[in-house]
Each structure stands twice: as structure tokens, then as C-alpha cells.
Design a protein around this ligand. Structure first.
Ligand code: NAD
Length: 307
């Protein structure tokens, strides 16, 4: 359980004395930074495109945002950008400061940045999130973290502010590994759920009846029970809102790409993940799926035949 925002301390310091640099103030980063500011942290932010976030002082560069920070949080699009930003800011960060990367990136980049931080005398935690933009705004994200015990302990009070749960998964890179394995399962089960609904339609089976059976039988999953892709069936989900994300199909495509990149690197056989990647690639790049929720695979399947 979260400790409560007003009672948090970091290594003896009151939270309101904590200086945070926040790099990447996009859809996720801006509300996360705003929650830290609201909890009393002094937040200095930088983004190459965004020039405001609630309660955050905007710096002229990433290095300026990172200088003197106790913790620098990054929330960036990919591993290449993370590596570039880390190379810029680590030399400016104080000894013993923590670089907390919450972006979803490849495992290799997370480990490379962890090594660089170690060489420079800083701590590093990779802590990708689940919970999306709603979770970022509401401070209810789940963090999957990789790093040393010491680094994780230093990040914990911030996890308590920005999220509701943090799992220490292992050494650096373990957070990214957990995230891409989870999302590989999610992509494959969403596709399986959608194709089963499309088959049920063609067999004349009512969608509500299909939900009633599957959600309480062995085919149940988070995709069916909590995020049902059929409009008007099950709990409220993006399907009830014209498939407005939610979790966009292109973000699922990104995560499936990362899981296949990792699978290739360690010679893991992941045929379902590979097929899910190909289907989401086709959906996003060739079938106008970009900008739709990842559960919009259901109308995609529903209008197709076997060919
Ligand atoms: P976003 O594109 O809205 O934000 C990324 C921000 O990084 C942008 O504002 C961009 O201008 C900034 N940026 C790019 N290069 C930069 C640089 N060199 N220096 C400073 N800023 C730079 O993306 P987002 O939706 O906020 O996602 C951020 C990360 O979180 C991604 O890795 C994504 O995969 C992950 N994620 C997103 C969601 C979601 O629902 N949006 C959910 C889970 C995880």
C-alpha cells in the first residue's frame, strides 16, 4: 500500500526538499511530473517539444534540468533517445543521484544506461509503467522496476506518489523484461479474444452470451473480463467510446516490436508474439489502425473473411 504522500521521506530528507529533474513531458510525463510537484517536490522539467507542465519549472536544456537533482526521471519515446539524453545528463548529475527511467525501451538500452550511470557514480532504475495516461494523471501507475536494492529503495517514495504499486523485478533491465513479456501476452490475448468474437458473430452467437460464458470459463483473460473489445458488453472500455485509446494500437505495436527484438537477442522461440507483432503492424500501417485503441482489432476481424 502507498505510504501516504505527506509522510514520505527520502534518506532523511522531507519530500518537499527533494529536487527532481523530469525529462520528457509528453502524454505520460507531464501528469507524472505534475503529481510530484503537487506532492511537494521541486520539479524542473525539459522537453524538446512541450513547454509547460503543472507546477513544473521549465529548464532550457536536459542538462540544466538534471544539474543538482536528487533524482532525474526520464519519460521518453525510445531507447535511442534515452541513450542520447543519458549521455548528456549523467555527467551533470551529482554523485549518488538516481536516474529513474520510466519509458518503455529495449532491455539492452536500459542495461547500457545502467552501466554508464554506474561508471559515473550514479544509481539507475528502469521502471516502465502500466496504467496509461489515466494512471499517470491519477497517480495510480504500476511500476516494474530493475536495479540494485539501494537504487530501488531511493525510487520507492516516488513510486508511491506516481503510482499504486511497484514491483522490484531484479537487476537493471528486469523492469523492461517484465513489461515486454506482459505486453506480449496482452497483445496475443487481445487478438485471440477479438478473433473469437468475430467467429462467434458468424456462428450467430450473441456477444453478450459469449462474454457471459467466456468471462467465467477457461477462456477468460484481462482482455475479455476487464477491457472487453465488444461495445456494450462487459465493463466500460474504449470499445464503448468508439475505440478512442485507452492504449493505442501503435503503442502495442511498439511493445511487441521490443519483445521480438529481445527474443531475437536471447534466441527465445516466441511464435505467438511474432504473429501478434505482424497483425498489429498490418493494422497500424496498412489498415488505418493508428490512433485507435488496440482493442479495435475486433471490428478489423469482424469485417474480414478468411482470405
Ligand atoms: P509522448 O510522445 O507523448 O512523450 C514523449 C515526450 O518526449 C515528447 O513530449 C517528446 O517531445 C519528448 N522528447 C523526445 N525526445 C526528447 C529529448 N531528446 N529530450 C527531451 N524530451 C524529448 O509519449 P508518452 O505517451 O508520454 O510515452 C512516454 C513513454 O511511456 C514511452 O516510452 C511509451 O512507450 C511509454 N508508455 C506510454 C503509455 C501511454 O499510454 N501513453 C503507457 C505505458 C508506457
Amino acid at each position: 500500500m502507498p505510504l501516504g504522500k505527506n509522510t514520505l521521506k527520502l534518506e532523511g530528507k522531507q519530500m518537499d526538499a527533494l529536487k527532481i529533474g523530469f525529462i520528457g513531458l509528453g502524454n505520460m510525463g507531464a501528469p507524472m511530473a505534475a503529481n510530484l510537484a503537487k506532492a511537494g517536490c521541486v520539479v524542473t522539467g525539459f522537453d524538446t517539444a512541450v513547454s509547460a507542465a503543472e507546477g513544473v519549472t521549465i529548464a532550457a536544456s536536459a542538462t540544466e534540468a538534471a544539474r543538482d537533482a536528487d533524482v532525474v526521471i526520464t519519460m521518453l519515446p525510445n531507447g535511442d533517445i534515452l541513450r542520447r539524453v543519458a549521455a548528456d545528463i549523467l555527467p551533470a548529475m551529482p554523485q549518488g543521484a538516481l536516474l529513474l527511467d520510466c519509458s518503455t525501451v529495449d532491455v539492452e538500452s536500459a542495461r547500457a544506461v545502467a552501466d554508464e550511470a554506474k561508471d559515473g557514480g550514479q544509481l539507475f532504475v528502469d521502471a516502465p509503467v502500466s496504467g496509461g495516461i489515466g494512471g499517470a494523471a491519477g497517480g495510480t501507475l504500476t511500476f516494474m522496476a530493475g536495479g540494485t536494492e539501494q537504487a530501488f529503495a531511493k525510487a520507492q517514495p516516488l513510486f508511491d506518489i506516481m503510482g499504486q504499486k511497484a514491483v522490484h523485478c531484479g537487476d537493471a533491465g528486469a523492469g523492461q523484461a517484465a513489461k515486454i513479456c506482459n505486453n506480449m501476452i496482452l497483445g496475443a490475448t487481445m487478438i485471440a479474444t477479438c478473433e473469437a468474437f468475430a467467429l462467434a458473430d458468424k456462428l450467430g452467437l450473441d456477444r453478450q452470451k459469449m462474454f457471459d460464458v467466456v468471462s467465467t470459463s477457461s477462456g477468460y483473460s484481462w482482455s475479455m473480463n476487464a477491457y472487453c473489445p465488444a461495445p456494450g458488453v462487459g465493463p466500460q472500455s474504449p470499445a464503448d467510446n468508439g475505440y478512442t485509446p485507452g492504449f493505442a494500437a501503435e503503442l502495442m505495436l511498439k511493445d511487441l516490436g521490443l519483445s521480438q527484438q529481445a527474443a531475437e537477442a536471447v534466441d527465445a522461440d516466441t511464435p505467438m508474439g511474432a504473429r501478434a507483432l505482424e497483425l498489429y503492424r498490418q493494422f497500424v500501417e496498412e489498415e488505418a489502425g493508428e490512433g485507435k485503441d488496440f482493442s479495435a482489432m475486433l471490428p478489423r476481424f469482424a469485417k474480414r473473411g478468411r482470405a
